[in-house]
Design a protein around this ligand. Sequence first.
Ligand code: PGA
Length: 251
Amino acid sequence: MRRKVIAGNWKMNNDLSESQNLISHLVSSLSKEKVNCDVIVCPPFTSLSEANSLLKNSVIKLGAQNMYFEESGAFTGEISASMLKSTGCEYVILGHSERRTIFGETDQVINKKIKKALQSGLLPIFCVGETLQERESGVTNDIIKRQVVEGLKDISSDDMKKIIVAYEPVWAIGTGKTATPQQAEDVHAFIRGLVKSLYSNEIAENLIIQYGGSVKPDNANVLLSQADIDGALVGGACLKADSFMGIIKAA
Ligand code: PGA
């Protein structure tokens, strides 16, 4: 039985005081609930350190939204894995579709980032997903396969056990359009099968595969009931403590 993992991707939202507010709300709401899933929040870099202090006595874990694959040096504007570790991060989102499309990240760059994260002791949340045009042309599985195979290139079985995969159809992110539970389940099962062929049945069966794309309290339950959906990567709905809590309760 895989444990559900709910992660909130704040994206470029919340300054320091807004972050303090949201984290404090979440911590106090969660302390009143019996939580049966893992909960991760991924605030912007500027709030990580403060978030870590506020999360000290909470079950909520801390993640970042991106990092660079070099150790240190002349990479203006970038953040390294060890810097993230030093703020208390355990997780890092890599390969998000906004990184791929707006910032031009390729499968090769994402692969380097995943390796560096693992080397540094961070647990990657590795995102994959097709665009609307790709889905409509019937190449969804080809795109997912390329992203998974290239993204995981030369990653050992031991390291693979530390990775969470997030399936996020690009057309469902921030659009209010959710993949139907069946559409999502089909791709999740495809990803699990792929990981089985690349690694082993055991690794595939233990792999957490989150769904992301307009997950809300009112659709979380049906999505999370699918056999191969093990959690959610939540954008818009994680910015309010109440709606994020609604998704956590569904899990
Ligand atoms: P959304 O974003 O929930 O706002 O669709 C999900 C994501 O991009 O991770």
